[in-house]
Design a protein. Structure first.
Length: 761
């Protein structure tokens, strides 16, 4: 490769920056670039290579600028394009956004970078971290040019000597994208997994790392082809630090890593992937005036897994209006800017299916052939789930000083594409081997990474760019120190300054809470860390999500609420933290006395193990109305003869109204699908559906699968019962249990629970 010159142009073709490396091309030839490019765009013949008689242009477009390389010789175009993309990456590390304004603001440093990255048309040092050691954004202030680091001329040019860390850590991420093509019947026609191994290395000295994967070629060479799971890696591409000869000999990935974040390798697997969420859409048009959709989403993974944050994006005609939605789970919103409506399901269990209906009016309707059928898009993520089966067998760290390092491994599959006839899927799935925080720390100077005025200035600058104003008392030293005091406390507790900066920029509410109400905020954070077993980072995320609610209650109030669970022996430590993350309203909805009364009422009905199981599925049970819970429990226990074990398997009895419970139970009795057990004849066991099947299923599944009737029959029965209830106008829908019976029942339950051991270790 030999590039004669590099140009950076605006959208009109005006030269912003030009660097001539070889002097063998007329610099005015760039004036022909934009006219020829426009001609090719009009003819629909776009190409990254443009040839004119005087030179050849190889270009890329980034935002509103063009990066163009010119040459008079036959060059390796792939290398030229790689160099241009590397230029964009390095520019991004220096000044974030690569656009016309930022190019003009940083033209001096760009010229310095172009001089160091290429010499006489040949690429030289393109590693951003090495360049940042001797080309800084304040380089023009130096009286003498700094000496280039030894890494530039060393054999290991990607890593500098003398690197030191107080805590040695390695983060390894395996990230996979899934691309799948299937027909309308669900038959997979084409499937591939594109993966990459990314690392963040914070190690002292010049360590050697050795990575072992469950590589099929390695297993077969060792005679272990039939033992264990292995994958066959194809089209593998390594970072320059990997010793290729070692990999070819024994398939060991051995390398001296660069400092910080980099991509170690990427690969491709040709393997069949089963569609994890299957979408069926039925579209019906009526009299050219309206259109109705029936969407069915079915999960095709194991029941122990759950898909989170599911979004089903269904396209509609651009002239559709007056949307109406009905869904058995989640929420539906119309997005006219996308000509679509979005069905959002927060949690989608495995082995389930759900229905949703939508109705739109159509002022004008075109034929299906002209209108076309845009694909349905689906986005979701599945925790603790991997796609390809690739595994990290070991990660060894070898350094002559022999220090101990902490390796962290994260397996993830992110944002692939799935095309099912007319359905397009996108999915994100994650398998977390060892928990490791993934934050975007980049672009901060050393002064900004220290708790002080520079850190606050950087945060307020970033907030100002988003249209938010925050005034710092820079002239009042005492006020400034009061603002910085909670930040010093957090850093002393182990929170990294990078995390603080990123958190403040992304969540201005957190920044305002800590610098304006620092003392109160720190008490709340301390309470969450102490009672819920959270880290300070997790506690800050909780405060950022609910700043007004948490600051409105005192730390003592949080202790009072959560101590109810500790004192009763139900929850403690990290178990408490997991429940609080699922239902943060526990911290601020009801006071300690109300929560203590409700928990005491629950212990009258359930054993502590049963309460723990219910809190895992329905944590908001402790902030609901106690009297309503008692009424529903009494009906289910005394009228349906269902005991405590089935309560912990059911999730909807807490939210479902008493009238709905009675209606479903009564309907099953009338259709002969439920027979109430006789307590006087316990030897006769009834084959009744479980409580979870009776209450958890949506109306469609309850009617067809449990009651054995059509949806229309169930709808008619509901309407009849509601009308009958209105006519009866009774204060209570069923007769209350006599006090003497209730007291006897509570006495028996308490005596039974005394025999159990409820102490939490």
């Amino acid at each position: 490769m030999s590039s004669s010159a590099i140009f950076i142009l605006d959208l009109k073709g005006k030269v912003i920056i030009a660097r001539n490396y070889r002097g063998d091309v007329d610099m005015s030839v760039i004036e022909k670039f934009i006219p020829v490019l426009m001609e090719m765009e009009e003819e629909g013949q776009q190409s990254p290579i443009i040839t004119v008689p005087e030179a050849t242009f190889v270009y890329i477009k980034c935002n509103n600028v063009y990066l163009v390389s010119t040459s008079t010789k036959n060059v390796n175009v792939a290398v030229v394009l790689a160099f241009l993309y590397k230029c964009v990456q390095v520019f991004t590390e220096y000044f974030k956004d690569v656009e016309e304004e930022s190019i003009r603001d940083n033209f001096v440093i760009i010229y310095e970078l172009l001089d160091e990255m290429m010499d006489f048309g040949y690429p030289q040092t393109t590693d951003g971290k090495i360049l940042q050691e001797y080309i800084t954004q304040e380089g023009h202030k130096l009286e003498a040019a700094p000496r280039p680091p030894m890494a530039v001329t060393n054999a290991v040019s990607w890593r500098s000597e003398g690197i030191k860390y107080r805590k040695n850590e390695v983060f390894l991420d395996v990230i996979e994208s899934v691309n799948l093509l299937a027909n309308a019947n669900g038959t997979v026609l084409q499937s591939e997994i594109v993966g990459s191994v990314k690392m963040r290395v914070y190690l002292t000295g010049m360590p050697e790392l050795r990575l072992g994967l469950n590589d099929k070629v390695l297993f077969e060479s060792n005679g272990r082809g039939g033992k264990g799971k292995s994958v066959e890696l194809e089209d593998v591409k390594f970072h320059q630090c990997v010793r290729l000869s070692r990999f070819e000999n024994d398939r060991t990935i051995s390398f001296i890593p660069p400092d910080g974040e980099f991509e170690l390798m990427n690969y491709r697997l040709m393997t069949v992937v089963k569609p994890l969420i299957w979408i069926e859409a039925v579209v019906e048009r009526y009299s050219h005036s309206r259109v109705e959709y029936m969407i069915k989403a079915k999960s095709q993974f194991k029941r122990r897994s759950t898909a989170n944050n599911v979004e089903v994006i269904i396209p509609v005609p651009s002239d559709a209006d007056s949307p109406k939605f009905k869904t058995s789970i989640g929420t539906v919103k119309y997005a006219p800017e996308l000509s679509s409506f979005v069905w959002t399901i927060k949690s989608f269990p495995g082995g389930k299916e759900f229905l949703m209906r939508a109705h739109f009016n159509l002022p004008s309707v075109t034929s299906e052939e002209k209108e076309g059928r845009p694909p349905i898009k689906v986005k979701f993520e599945i925790p603790y789930f991997t796609t390809s089966g690739i595994q990290v067998r070991y990660l060894k760290i070898i350094e002559k000083s022999g220090y101990q390092a902490l390796p962290w491994i994260l397996m993830a599959s992110v944002l692939g594409r799935r095309l099912f006839g007319q359905f397009l899927y996108q999915r994100t799935s994650r398998l977390l081997c060892i928990v490791a925080e993934q934050e975007s720390y980049s672009g901060y100077s050393s002064a900004e990474l220290k708790v002080g005025a520079d850190m606050l200035k950087r945060v307020t600058h970033e907030l100002r760019r988003e249209g938010k104003t925050f005034i710092l008392p820079l002239g009042d030293e005492d006020a400034l120190q009061r603002m910085l005091k909670p930040l010093h406390t957090l850093v002393d507790a182990g929170v990294k300054p990078e995390f603080l900066l990123d958190a403040f920029v992304k969540r201005s509410e957190l920044f305002k809470a800590l610098v304006v109400q620092g003392e109160k905020s720190m008490k709340v954070l301390d309470a969450l860390v102490e009672t819920c077993g959270m880290t300070f980072e997790d506690a800050m995320r909780m405060l950022a999500s609910y700043p007004e609610e948490l600051l409105a209650v005192s730390a003592e109030s949080i202790f009072d609420r959560l101590s109810v669970f500790f004192n009763s022996g139900i929850l403690a430590g990290k178990e408490m933290g997991r429940i609080v993350r699922t239902c943060p309203a526990i911290l601020f909805t009801s006071d300690g006395k109300q929560m203590a009364t409700l928990v005491e009422g629950l212990t009258n009905f359930f054993a502590r193990g049963e309460i723990r199981a219910m809190l895992e599925k329905t944590p908001h049970i402790v902030i609901t109305n106690l009297e309503e819970l008692e009424q529903k429990y009494e009906y289910i226990y005394f009228m349906m003869r269902i005991e405590g074990d089935e309560f912990k398997m059911c999730t909807r009895w807490v939210d479902m109204s008493l009238d709905e419970i009675i209606m479903r139970h009564d309907f099953l009795q009338k259709t002969g699908k439920y027979t109430t057990p006789d307590p006087k004849k316990p030897q006769f066991k009834m084959e009744n559906p479980t409580l979870s099947k009776i209450l958890d299923l949506p109306d469609v599944q309850f009617a067809t699968e449990i009651a054995g009737v059509t949806m229309e029959e169930w709808t008619v029965y509901r309407a009849f019962m509601e009308k009958q209830r209105e006519m009866a106008n009774k204060e209570r829908p069923f007769e209350r249990i006599k006090p003497s019976v209730r007291k006897a029942f509570e006495r028996r339950r308490k005596e039974a629970k005394k025999k159990e051991d409820h102490v939490i270790q």
